[in-house]
Design a protein around this ligand. Structure first.
Ligand SMILES: Cc1cc2nc3c(=O)[nH]c(=O)nc-3n(C[C@H](O)[C@H](O)[C@H](O)COP(=O)(O)OP(=O)(O)OC[C@H]3O[C@@H](n4cnc5c(N)ncnc54)[C@H](O)[C@@H]3O)c2cc1C
Length: 575
């Protein structure tokens, strides 16, 4: 067994910012970060468009209150407004702090940090490093972890949260390099394990975004909040699904249907292409359904629309969004200076997650907390995004709440002892689980079951939802779960057994998918990204509340938790 004061699972923006805060606050604490990838390959590195903060460098009339209002309206009034106030008030400070660490933000001619427009934001407030913002920030944070001597366990896969008597005591983990199973015991455990885009068949997320932290939390008997809210980003590059950043529209690109019309005029006339993502994704889907999508030969009736940058000119495209140009060129052979890009909605972000308070401590119910367990970043739900996240608010959440959670953990572990853990028992259980995966005489390959599962989730719980399709989805999902017991792991070895990891990740996907479907079935209204064709209106009377879903192999129990509304009264959401 290995001991640390604090163990953080996840080396993305949230995990590394928290680790840094702990090391800065109390250098005598032993802090470790575990990641199943190399930390620099966490999905945060792929973030493109930027990070919102009211620095007022471009627009002096901006204010944290305006940022908070945009965020709450964007969330369709489901965000907790105390958490949003913290997010927006602390934003300028965390950006300046990152700059002092050395993050290379793009500049205005006078040298101050540049800020661009983004969907749903009423002012130009998104700070960026061209369209490689996540890359710029994560590299600097990881350098700082080295500087402060934070221990990093890279390419270790965490399989289980050790939770006994309402207290988190550590994690069980598997070393990809040599198959070794270990227990790390700690006074505080933090999950910063990112999103679950791989639940769906088309996503902007990396291969590691399989929702492991969510699944481990749920399997430990703790609730997950608002899992029905899945963000579809309007502009995934067709057919691959990788992201074309909202920054491209922030810099002026148009969305065009097969008639050559800027169709957003019919859906969000005041914001056009910069409407929030839920509205824009639905608009594209309506256009495609109405036969105004485009086919690869340019004719009508296809499954994508065009994102047109041509009027922006080569110089602007190459200086502001060079990575997006390169993606389209490399992956689908489109030169965006001269040709429009084919795009359609792609699964992008998880608004829901592990419920936490504004110090990042995990909730076991609406009014109780778990001892020693914290979470931040995309895997958590504090809830600043409610039913729909605004672009450039996620990197901000990772840094603001990563920092706050780190500070809270540093206070929490002070004067605490390491808990008692029977490590042998956990190691034995884990080895038995791995061995039975290796030994089971399976008739299915992992990728077959995963593909069928991803298709099932995509077909039954996508941009539009109904009772009948989701019920059918649950039935199919349960059938596929049975097949999981019959998947075959061909690699029986201990060295770099990525197939075994894929088998464990598939289990995570199943748990997360069932939580999404069950939560979505219970919310009989349309709000933000959750759009039900059988309940088309938002219903504040019955559903202005957070879902708390509890997992068990026998089925899922649904509970609810109130929304914090202390600044902005819910109104009809129009753009
Ligand atoms: C293509 C793309 C572009 C984006 N652009 C923007 C943007 O411009 N602005 C914005 O605000 N947001 C953007 N987002 C969203 C934002 O990037 C993410 O929400 C955010 O970076 C998530 O950070 P995180 O620290 O929570 O998790 P991640 O960066 O996803 O890191 C998760 C970490 O957990 C580790 N992990 C997971 N499971 C395990 C396990 N079982 N064992 C061990 N380790 C594990 C992983 O190895 C990784 O280190 C974008 C997202 C994508 C996909």
């Amino acid at each position: 067994m290995i001991d640390h004061d604090v163990i953080i699972v996840g080396g993305g923006l949230a995990g590394s910012r928290a680790a840094l805060e702990i090391a800065r606050t109390n250098p005598s604490l032993s802090v470790a970060v575990v990641a199943k990838t190399h930390p620099i390959r966490s999905h945060s590195v792929a973030a493109q468009g930027g990070m919102a903060a009211t620095l007022k460098n471009v627009d002096e009339t901006d204010s944290w209150e305006a940022h908070a209002f945009d965020t709450v309206k964007g969330s369709d009034y489901l965000a907790d407004q105390d958490a949003v106030a913290i997010l927006t008030q602390e934003a300028p400070d965390v950006v300046i702090d990152l700059e002092h660490m050395g993050v290379l933000f793009s500049r205005l001619p006078d040298g101050r940090i540049a800020q661009r427009a983004f969907g749903g934001h009423s002012h130009n407030r998104t700070c960026y490093a061209a369209d490689k913002t996540g890359h710029a920030i994560l590299h600097e944070l990881i350098c700082n972890l080295m500087k402060y001597g934070v221990k990093v366990y890279e390419e270790w896969y965490v399989m289980r949260l050790i939770l006994e008597d309402g207290q988190a005591k550590g994690v069980v983990l598997y070393h990809l390099l040599d198959g070794q199973v270990e227990v790390i015991r700690a006074k505080a455990v933090m999950f910063a394990t990112g999103g679950y885009g791989r639940v769906y068949n088309t996503t902007s997320n990396d291969y590691a975004s399989t929702g492991d932290g969510l699944a481990m939390t749920a399997m430990a008997g703790l609730p997950l909040e608002d899992m029905e809210f899945v963000q579809f980003h309007p502009t995934g590059l067709y057919p691959v699904g990788v992201l074309i950043s909202e920054a491209v529209r922030g810099e002026g690109a148009y969305l065009i249907n097969s008639d050559g019309d800027r169709f957003m005029a019919n859906y969000a006339p005041s914001r056009m292409e910069l409407a929030p993502r839920d509205i824009t994704s639905r608009a594209i889907t309506y256009e495609i359904r109405a036969g105004r999508g485009i086919k690869p030969d340019g004719s009508a009736g296809g499954v994508f629309v065009y994102l047109d940058l041509r009027h922006m000119g080569k110089e602007k495209i190459m200086s502001r969004v060079p990575f997006c140009w390169e993606e389209a060129h490399r992956l689908v052979g489109v030169d965006a200076v001269y040709q429009p890009m084919p795009v359609r909605p792609t699964v992008h972000y998880s608004m829901g997650g592990i419920p936490v308070n504004t110090d990042g401590q995990v909730r076991s119910s609406a009014d109780e907390l778990v001892e020693g367990f914290f979470a931040a970043g995309e895997t958590s739900c504090v809830s600043v995004h409610g039913a729909n996240r605004l672009g450039s608010n996620s990197l901000l959440e990772c840094v603001v709440y990563g920092r706050r959670t780190g500070a809270a953990i540093a206070r929490y572990v002070e004067n605490r002892k390491l808990p008692e853990v029977n490590a042998e028992r956990y190691i034995q259980d884990a080895n038995t689980q791995l061995q039975s995966l290796i030994d089971q005489p399976g008739e299915y390959r992992i990728h077959q079951v995963r593909q069928a599962y991803q298709d099932c989730m995509t077909d039954h719980c996508g941009v539009f939802r109904t009772e009948a399709t989701m019920q059918e989805g649950l039935v199919q999902l349960r059938e596929l779960q049975k097949k999981y017991a019959h998947v075959r792991v061909d690699d029986k070895g201990k060295t770099w057994n990525t197939e075994l990891i894929e088998a464990m990740e598939l289990r995570s996907l199943f748990v997360v998918g069932e939580m999404i479907l069950s939560s979505a079935l219970n919310r009989k209204e349309s709000r933000g990204s959750h759009c039900r064709e059988d309940y088309t209106q938002r219903d504040d009377q019955s559903f202005l509340k957070h879902t708390l879903a509890y997992y068990s192999p026998a089925g899922i129990d649904i509970n609810y938790m109130p929304v914090v509304i202390n600044q902005f009264e819910p109104q009809e959401r129009k753009y």
